[in-house]
Design a protein around this ligand. Structure first.
Ligand SMILES: *[C@@H]1O[C@H](CO)[C@@H](O)[C@H](O)[C@H]1NC(C)=O
Ligand SMILES: *[C@@H]1O[C@H](CO)[C@@H](O)[C@H](O)[C@H]1NC(C)=O
Ligand SMILES: *[C@@H]1O[C@H](CO)[C@@H](O)[C@H](O)[C@H]1NC(C)=O
Ligand SMILES: *[C@@H]1O[C@H](CO)[C@@H](O)[C@H](O)[C@H]1NC(C)=O
Ligand SMILES: *[C@@H]1O[C@H](CO)[C@@H](O)[C@H](O)[C@H]1NC(C)=O
Ligand SMILES: *[C@@H]1O[C@H](CO)[C@@H](O)[C@H](O)[C@H]1NC(C)=O
Ligand SMILES: *[C@@H]1O[C@H](CO)[C@@H](O)[C@H](O)[C@H]1NC(C)=O
Ligand SMILES: *[C@@H]1O[C@H](CO)[C@@H](O)[C@H](O)[C@H]1NC(C)=O
Ligand SMILES: *[C@@H]1O[C@H](CO)[C@@H](O)[C@H](O)[C@H]1NC(C)=O
Ligand SMILES: *[C@@H]1O[C@H](CO)[C@@H](O)[C@H](O)[C@H]1NC(C)=O
Ligand SMILES: *[C@@H]1O[C@H](CO)[C@@H](O)[C@H](O)[C@H]1NC(C)=O
Ligand SMILES: CC(=O)N[C@H]1CO[C@H](CO)[C@@H](O)[C@@H]1O
Length: 405
């Protein structure tokens, strides 16, 4: 047995061991020990059933490569259990030798109540990284994981993730998504900071949004998003999330959709980012922005709905070049669009809103808006004596706020 961990050839030429190093279901720590002592390479899928004794630590030390999946059983819907990880004992699932999974790491169904999952030397997963754990996971060590097919993490009780950085998303099951759903992590930058290109696939950053009494109360407060290209980025926070677009060495970012669903308080653009383009920006309700500058070099659609904390919205000078711009606004009662200018605390007047000097697709605005807000737009249009070259505004509708008493 011992020689097999040293020389793979011996394992493969011995039919007794070869049989053990194929598809395997681990029912106990003893099963895991038998496998890891016999097999440096597993030529098949390792399955973890929910029936695994949940009080046992499971080690796969000795296994280096899995030519298949490492997966849990599929089972029905996942129950969110209100369980405190602090008063349960440590139960770990680990391997300090595993470097490569040629299939999926799919611990996304029914898995035992592991509190620690630790694969510090796992570097490459050709398939999916799909980790869903709703009840117990508190600690995840994926220090050296830098290449995955796609990445998905949902673990509301997870408070610690040890991870250097994601460097490559190669695609699996038809997607390159990079999605962190609810966790109790205070940073997910190791996953999102690098200038990865995930094509039209979605990225999403989510902090903990629902606090249960027995669960950890820490949540995400700062996130850096550095992808060079993503189909969409959706962001959800708990009211105190500050987002920076652009990583440390990055020069361009192109997004199709950028959506803030709730709980984001601030948006910043890294000055290193020379070109930041987006097609549609949606402030989709119940964020915590007050004064928001939309720092985009190019944007076609802006939707602002149900944003009661928002008082000031700014478009940068680059907005004069926005082409076929559309802007929809409703149910944001504190947003003041009475002027394109503001007076800063030091007494200086500053232009906060620049109108596109190109064709405009439509303005559908309901809120606190008055004529001076359109000053430069009307002036620019009025300056054309010859209507042939004048940009068109295809649709224009402005309504005062509907007061609800
Ligand atoms: C191992 O399991 C996979 C599916 O999980 C199956 O396609 C494959 O045929 C199995 N291999 C053996 C040798 O049973
Ligand atoms: C599992 O390992 C941890 C330390 O890593 C230890 O504290 C715990 O008692 C172990 N549990 C069992 C059931 O062996
Ligand atoms: C997980 O823990 C819960 C509550 O302690 C228990 O009811 C459940 O059976 C455990 N699940 C497994 C797969 O051990
Ligand atoms: C990412 O992975 C692909 C496919 O394995 C490879 O061709 C490419 O060189 C890798 N990129 C980086 C930056 O490592
Ligand atoms: C989070 O962002 C805010 C606003 O930019 C900043 O004041 C704060 O220092 C940041 N916190 C951390 C931990 O980076
Ligand atoms: C962008 O959002 C629109 C509207 O929700 C959707 O139809 C489209 O597929 C999205 N594009 C991408 C690349 O996610
Ligand atoms: C909104 O942000 C302010 C700081 O600007 C903070 O004091 C407040 O708690 C946040 N609201 C929520 C609901 O988190
Ligand atoms: C900025 O990026 C967009 C989208 O990739 C591209 O079309 C445009 O030419 C770029 N602009 C500059 C100035 O590089
Ligand atoms: C608008 O586009 C023109 C032509 O590409 C460019 O010269 C100008 O600098 C742009 N204006 C702003 C404010 O970015
Ligand atoms: C309209 O024309 C006047 C006079 O040439 C000029 O001062 C002003 O800047 C123009 N306004 C806009 C918005 O282009
Ligand atoms: C109006 O502008 C168009 C194109 O910009 C030009 O072809 C036409 O001659 C102009 N007409 C007048 C009356 O100046
Ligand atoms: C809506 C919601 O869950 N808000 C929570 C945000 O986070 C704080 C703690 O940081 C909780 O007290 C709130 O209930």
């Amino acid at each position: 047995m011992r020689r097999c961990t040293v020389a793979l050839a011996l394992c493969l030429t011995s039919s007794a061991f070869a049989a053990q190093c194929g598809n395997t279901t681990i029912h106990s720590a003893a099963d895991a020990d038998a496998l890891r002592k016999a097999c440096r390479v597993v030529d098949g899928t390792i399955t973890i059933p929910p029936s695994l004794n949940h009080l046992e630590n499971i080690s796969l030390d000795g296994i280096e490569v899995i030519n298949g999946d490492l997966r849990s059983y599929k089972c029905g819907s996942i129950n969110i259990k209100r369980r405190s990880p602090t008063n349960s004992s440590v139960v770990s699932f680990s391997s300090s030798t595993l470097t490569t999974i040629h299939g999926d790491l799919a611990l996304d169904g029914c898995i035992p109540n592991f509190t620690n999952i630790s694969f510090p030397n796992l570097k490459t997963i050709d398939g999916a990284f799909d980790l869903v754990n709703s009840a117990s996971l508190a600690y995840l060590d994926i220090t050296n994981l830098d290449s995955v097919g796609y990445f998905r993490l949902f673990a509301p009780t997870l408070v610690t993730m040890v991870h250097n950085e994601l460097r490559n998303v190669t695609g699996a099951h038809g997607t390159k998504k990079v999605v962190v759903e609810e966790t109790s992590l205070t940073s997910v930058d190791s996953v999102f900071r690098n200038p990865l290109d995930i094509g039209d696939s979605p990225a999403s950053i989510e902090g903990k949004t629902i606090m249960f009494e027995n669960w950890p109360t820490q949540t995400l407060t700062n996130a850096t998003f550095g992808f060079a290209r993503a189909g969409s980025l959706s962001i959800k926070g708990n009211g105190t999330l500050y987002v920076t677009l652009g990583g440390p060495d990055q020069t361009t970012m192109a997004l199709t959709n950028l959506t803030f669903t709730r709980g984001t308080a601030g948006l910043f653009r890294n000055p290193q980012l020379a070109n930041l383009t987006v097609e549609t920006v949606t402030l989709g309700g119940y964020n915590n922005f007050t004064d928001l500058l939309l720092p985009f070099d190019s944007m076609s659609n802006l939707v602002v709905a149900l944003e009661p904390t928002l008082t000031q919205l700014e478009l940068p000078p680059q907005a004069v070049n926005y082409t076929n711009f559309g802007f929809t606004l409703f149910l944001s009662p504190n947003l003041d669009l009475s002027s394109q200018f503001t007076t800063d605390p030091d007494g200086t007047t500053r232009q906060t809103w620049y109108w596109p000097q190109k064709d405009i697709k439509g303005l559908w605005l309901a809120g606190n808006i008055s004529t001076p807000f359109f000053q430069t737009l009307f002036e620019y249009e009025g300056n054309f004596t010859n209507t042939t070259g004048r940009p068109t505004i295809s649709y224009f509708q402005v309504e005062p706020t509907i007061q609800v008493s």
